[in-house]
Write a protein that binds this ligand. Structure first.
Ligand code: AZC
Length: 834
């Protein structure tokens, strides 16, 4: 039946309601309106930034309408929902993406032009929302885009950091310098809705007193307010607009009036500062954990606020808690939100008075855990004394979970004390530590890795005991994906247009059904099509060259092969192998005669990426790249054939310019260390070929596009452990093992790129343990790059490879991945807003 109109005259409401802009004149009207009222400016004094702000506010209005309708619709239908808890959402810019998803790009472009501005200039005004470190955070952003596009009722929950990932500067000596990223400083952020009415109190410290009925009383300590900011996430060509809710911390009361009145002004301000500090800064460490109290505070603050919100929404439906898992699925993006497990237990037991066994059933049917790395240094552990101090009730719950769990293990494997020690949630030592991956695993319904190989490694290494205890079926794989909206249509509009024209299908269809790219395969044989394909790649190279010229003042040779490695700096990702290979190439060129050099294909090598501020070896790698680039680029003998650039301050927006321009990209981790990788997918989707090790999603990409279209090298995962063992106990000098590499190391030590002594600590990691097996893979790496040179000589064949690569990348759409989560884990269904 039809609902009764809630208040006033329905007709008046309907007449007053605004609908989404659809034509140029409504777009310009709304922009001018915002210029005049929201910005209090006029045509006379409007600059690009102002014009961007007005246009953004106009798009925001459209998004709000859809967002509002979507949330109303979800509330009415009360479907099962999924919540994606991620400490990082690396969203990048929103303006262009919102226009594309609303299908209003052309209207806005025309409108903006009529108002005397250039759309490209306006797009450049927006600052990236960089609330993430790298792959894990960007994956979360792609999954939000796909959830909305597939009309799935999924919300994201994260933190609204005042400072995102730091801005990277490179000093003249090649040192990385970090500067804060006050991304919100430019005034209001048009892409969020402050929801000052949605707030929760979150407690820290204090005491937890167990009561005879199994509950506990957690009191005292510090209470902090979590306030919601909602970020609208529009689906592509659908009304569905999902929500990303970010929490900001605020002091519960502005000031501690007691200390204030006692004349202790400083103490009063301090405690309000300490509350605000919780969401102040994103931790810039990728793949490491430090056990810092503030980080644990962030994790609890965010999970507690999110769960309070989820539980409140569930209670509004009016169902008993036994049905909680029928309405709620919670996905843990790595172990960062693992406290959701003891926190949900606390709510159910202490607040809802549900007995332990029932509460545990509810939790373990609601929570799901994705692991993103098997690197030991990245597996989170928290010191028990810290946890006990900050979260006394949760520590009790964790001990109880552990007790019941170990009893069950003991029952299945009687007398196996080693096994109990290995599986325990508590690692013995000084201090004892809580193993978050173990807690996440036993508290979840499903556990998954992010590519086939990685999921196998999870099952056979870090969680082997748990598979033996709980059985295989709990452990599965969802190979990562990327959104083709941002990573093809938006970043490579010419290629997108060519694809639509060739497939004779509107992009609104193939962008949401990426397997349709297969239809491009026959055109690999079409010379005219190849010409267009290659011309677009060329223009994308020129676009990058233009960007480098305007931002860095450097001229790039666009007739060269573009070779790109962009990702966080890490020893396991082996940027070092790449730069050593570049230097080897340089030395080889130097030795050639002029006649020999004439036959060489010119190459431009791009690096970009940030190192964690405390990661000394990674920063030294940047220094080596920058200084090698300085010498190599200045050498008149070779500079037509080889140049190297380190582009500072890598970001989502920079990636959008780099990725479409690549001929090859490098994904060269030591086998078994890169869980998946997602930039590999982005490059291949844009027709760049892949040079890589047999690792992560590289393997599945090769299966999809054909192994003859990728350049693989290096040892395989099963060999790695033995090789490391040999390096430890039977070391062979680099000169013997790999003379070509030894020569490169000698040149660096000898001062070819400035004071050689500076690089010794980096070079010694290779000469000594060589944990990441540079010596073992170097020759095969150089061999692969020679194969690339060979293949590039046959231009037509190369373009065919490029086309076939794009055509076979359908599997790697994040739509496929999110539907796998929705169907096999969360059991949620699309809820279309009509
Ligand atoms: C990354 C993995 O290193 C990368 O291989 C993967 O593609 C990405 O997650 C998305 O799954 N991991 C992280 O960024 N961080 C951690 C702590 O694993």
């Amino acid at each position: 039946g039809k609902e009764k109109w809630p208040r006033g005259d329905e007709k008046v409401w309907k007449e007053g309601s605004r609908s989404v802009n659809t034509d140029v004149s409504s777009v310009t009207k709304s922009i001018v309106n915002h210029v005049q009222t929201s910005l209090a400016r006029q045509a006379y004094n409007l600059d690009n930034l102002g014009a961007y702000q007005a246009a953004a506010l106009s798009v925001r209005d459209d998004l709000i309408l859809n967002w509002n309708e979507t949330q109303m619709h979800y509330t009415r239908k009360a479907p099962k929902r999924a919540y994606y808890l991620s400490l990082e959402f690396l969203m990048g810019r929103t303006f262009d993406n919102a226009l594309l998803n609303l299908g209003l790009k052309d209207q806005y472009r025309e409108g903006v032009t009529k108002l005397g501005f250039n759309m490209e200039d306006l797009l450049e005004q927006e600052r990236d929302a960089a609330l993430g470190n790298g792959g894990l955070g960007r994956l979360a952003a792609c999954y939000l885009d796909s959830s909305a596009s597939q009309e799935l009722p999924v919300w994201g929950y994260g933190l609204r950091y005042q400072y995102g990932i730091f801005q990277q500067l490179i000093s003249p000596e090649g040192q990385q310098l970090e500067q804060p990223d006050p991304w919100l400083a430019g005034g209001e952020n048009p892409w969020e809705l402050p929801r000052l009415d949605v707030s929760y109190e979150v407690r820290f410290y204090g005491t937890a007193e167990r009561l005879p009925d199994g509950r506990a009383l957690w009191q005292g300590g510090q209470e902090v307010l979590a306030v919601a900011y909602d970020v609208m996430v529009p689906g592509c060509y659908t009304k569905n607009t999902n929500n990303l809710r970010l929490w900001e911390s605020k002091p519960k009361r502005g000031f501690d009036l007691n200390s204030f009145n006692a004349g202790d002004y400083e103490h009063a301000v301090e405690s309000s500062n300490s509350a605000a500090a919780i969401t102040s800064v994103l931790y810039p460490n990728d793949h490491t954990t430090f056990g810092k109290e503030l980080r644990l505070k962030q994790q609890y603050f965010w999970t507690a606020a999110s769960l309070a919100d989820i539980v409140r929404r569930f209670k509004n439906i009016g169902k008993p808690f036994s049905e909680f898992p029928d309405y709620v699925a919670i996905q843990l993006n790595d172990t960062h939100p693992t406290l959701a497990i003891p926190e949900l237990m606390r709510i159910l037991i202490d607040e809802e008075e549900i007995p332990w066994g029932k509460a545990w059933d509810i939790v373990t049917n609601t929570v799901f855990y994705t692991n993103h790395t098997v690197l030991p240094e990245a597996l989170e552990k928290w010191p028990v004394p810290l946890m006990e101090h900050l979260l006394p009730r949760h520590m009790q719950i964790i001990y109880d979970i552990n007790l019941f769990f170990l009893q069950a293990v003991e029952k299945k494997f009687p007398g196996d004390r080693d096994r109990l020690a290995r599986m325990s949630l508590i690692e013995e030592g000084f201090p004892k530590q809580v193993r978050m991956a173990h807690l996440a695993c036993i508290g979840s319904r499903k556990v998954n890795g992010v590519a086939e190989l990685h999921s196998d490694l999870v099952r056979t290494t870090i969680l082997k005991d748990f598979v033996e205890f709980e059985g295989q079926s709990k452990f599965s794989n969802v190979t990562n994906g990327i959104t083709p909206r941002r990573w093809l249509d938006q970043c490579n509009p010419e290629l997108s247009a060519l694809i639509s024209k060739t497939l004779k299908v509107d992009k609104s269809v193939w962008l949401k059904d990426l397997d349709r790219l297969k239809g491009l395969l026959p055109y690999a044989e079409d010379a005219e099509f190849r010409k267009e394909w290659a011309a677009i790649k060329q223009r994308n190279k020129e676009r990058l060259a233009h960007h480098v010229e305007t931002t860095l003042g450097l001229t790039v040779n666009t007739n060269a092969m573009f070779d790109v490695q962009i990702k966080r700096l890490h020893e396991y990702k082996r940027q070092t192998l790449n730069i050593l290979g570049v230097i080897h190439r340089y030395l080889t060129l130097k030795q050639m005669s002029d006649a020999e050099r004439k036959k060489v294909n010119p190459r431009v090598v791009f690096f970009a990426g940030k190192a964690a501020p405390g990661y000394y070896i990674a920063k030294l790698t940047i220094r080596l790249i920058v200084n090698a680039a300085r010498i190599i680029n200045a050498d008149p003998d070779t500079r037509n054939l080889l140049t190297v650039y380190f582009l500072p301050d890598y970001s989502v927006s920079l990636a959008e310019v780099l990725i479409p321009s690549s001929d090859i990209s490098q994904h060269i981790s030591t086998a078994g260390t890169e869980a998946s990788g997602t930039s590999n997918m982005k490059f291949c989707l844009n027709g760049g070929l892949l040079v890589g090790t047999v690792d992560g999603a590289n393997i599945e990409i090769a299966e999809a596009v054909g192994e003859n279209n990728v350049f693989f090298f290096g040892h395989l995962t099963p060999a790695v452990e033995d090789l490391r063992y040999q390096h430890m106990y039977h070391p062979v000098p680099v000169e013997e093992k790999c003379p070509a590499l030894a020569k490169v190391l000698d040149k660096i030590s000898g001062g070819m790129f400035g004071d050689g002594g500076v690089y010794e600590p980096l070079l010694n990691t290779i000469r000594q343990n060589d944990y990441y097996l540079i010596t073992e893979d170097f020759d095969s790496y150089i061999g692969a790059l020679e194969m690339v040179d060979q293949a590039y000589l046959d231009k037509e064949e190369w373009i065919k490879k490029s086309i076939r690569t794009t055509a076979n990348m359908g599997k790697f759409s994040s739509d496929r991945a999110i539907l796998e989560y929705a169907e096999s884990f969360w059991s949620i269904e699309p809820v279309k807003v009509t």
